[in-house]
Design a protein around this ligand. Structure first.
Ligand SMILES: NC(=O)c1ccc[n+]([C@@H]2O[C@H](COP(=O)([O-])OP(=O)(O)OC[C@H]3O[C@@H](n4cnc5c(N)ncnc54)[C@H](OP(=O)(O)O)[C@@H]3O)[C@@H](O)[C@H]2O)c1
Length: 331
């Protein structure tokens, strides 16, 4: 059932599942939200613009979603906003079954978050690290995803899914550069910084799963990537540079080479719901060069599985965000 050709009609019934999706108004997050809601889930859409979130809700409703949608403000470049969003979710819902750490930015000119971190690392990794830590008790209180190893109610553990990229291979583990400042700005390469943030997504997702397993928690962590999908991601760098030519070139490349955003969302939805996963897997498109095709469990590079790099990143992330996880070190 879950071999090649897996698509959104194969998603299990998600009635009773409560999910949070970050960056839910656009691209992969929008499509993942639509598919989850279409199968009965309640989705809290974490969006930095509530207006863009409301537009997304209207268009998902037009596409016949059956679950319920709830837009809440979330700016991952601002750790206070992350904490407020988590408080709102905690107060509005009785447990959480799924957290999809999806929002992201790519190859922007040098900038820092309000808290002073290199922007891509701040949004793509640190914001999600803090969010997951804030929501861990809610995930523990969730009833979980219909899954293998299910309890008597037919539900398995709650899940955290973190969206990375094939470009994690470009990333190094020189995380000090992510702390921002003049040296970081002077040495900045926008693609290296994106790669570092996407490597951090993987190191975090795998380390989280090891720590959850060590704790015997009823929550597991997964990673995924969408291949190359036609979204707004590729347009933001050229827009920030004010370059219409580069923007048009990116649009043309997307039109010719990329798969649709809906196809790009399938690895996320597979990682979030497929009953045959147990924890710590990396899911991506199984077709041409991992850029397109139906989702399957795939490999990430050796550095992403390095436990020392993961422990270093974890320690820095706790110190930088001020969010300490109530989890033991991984065995
Ligand atoms: N598309 C691809 O080919 C591809 C390939 C590899 C990995 N990915 C990954 O897929 C994920 C989703 O990207 P996408 O392709 O769907 O791009 P997208 O269409 O640009 O969507 C990105 C989402 O993230 C949100 N976001 C950006 N900065 C944020 C912030 N500070 N706080 C909260 N939300 C913020 C955006 O909000 P706004 O709409 O307000 O900007 C948008 O909703 C990213 O993690 C990306 O790295 C994509």
């Amino acid at each position: 059932m879950f071999g090649s050709g897996w698509n959104e009609t194969d998603v299990s019934d998600l009635d009773g599942v409560t999910a949070v999706v970050t960056g839910a108004n656009s691209g992969i997050g929008y499509e993942a939200t639509r598919i989850l809601a279409d199968h009965g889930a309640t989705v809290v859409m974490g969006c930095r613009s509530v207006n863009r979130g409301a537009d997304a809700v209207s268009s998902i409703r037009d596409a016949t979603a059956s679950g319920s949608l709830d837009v809440r403000e979330l700016d991952l470049a601002d750790l206070d906003s992350v904490a407020s969003f988590a408080t709102v979710v905690d107060e509005a819902y009785d447990g959480l079954d799924l957290l999809v750490n999806n929002a992201g930015v790519m190859a922007l000119p040098y900038e820092e978050t309000g808290d002073g971190f290199e922007y891509q690392f701040g949004v793509n990794h640190l914001g999600h690290f803090a969010l997951t830590g804030h929501l861990l008790d809610d995930l523990r209180a969730g009833e979980g995803i219909p899954s293998a190893g299910a309890d008597d109610d037919g539900r398995g553990p709650s899940r955290v899914v973190t969206v990375s990229s094939g470009l994690h291979e470009r990333g190094d583990a020189e995380f000090e550069a992510a702390a921002g400042g003049e040296d970081a700005a002077a040495d900045y390469d926008r693609w290296d910084a994106y790669g570092r943030s996407k490597l951090a997504n993987l190191l975090f997702a795998y380390e989280l799963d090891r720590r959850l397993a060590t704790a015997g928690a009823s929550v597991r962590s997964f990673a995924c990537h969408p291949g190359y999908a036609d979204t707004n991601l590729q347009l933001r760098g050229p827009e920030a540079d004010g370059s219409r030519v580069k923007r048009l070139a990116m649009r043309a490349a997307n039109a010719v080479l990329a798969q649709s955003a809906a196809a790009g969302a399938l690895p996320t939805v597979y990682a979030a719901t497929a009953p045959d996963l147990s924890g710590g897997e990396f899911v991506g498109p199984g077709g041409l060069l991992g850029m397109r095709g139906a989702p399957e469990v795939t490999e990430s590079n050796e550095l992403s599985r390095d436990r020392e790099a993961a422990a270093d990143l974890w320690e820095r992330s706790e110190a930088w965000t001020g969010v300490a996880y109530d989890l033991p070190e991984a065995r």
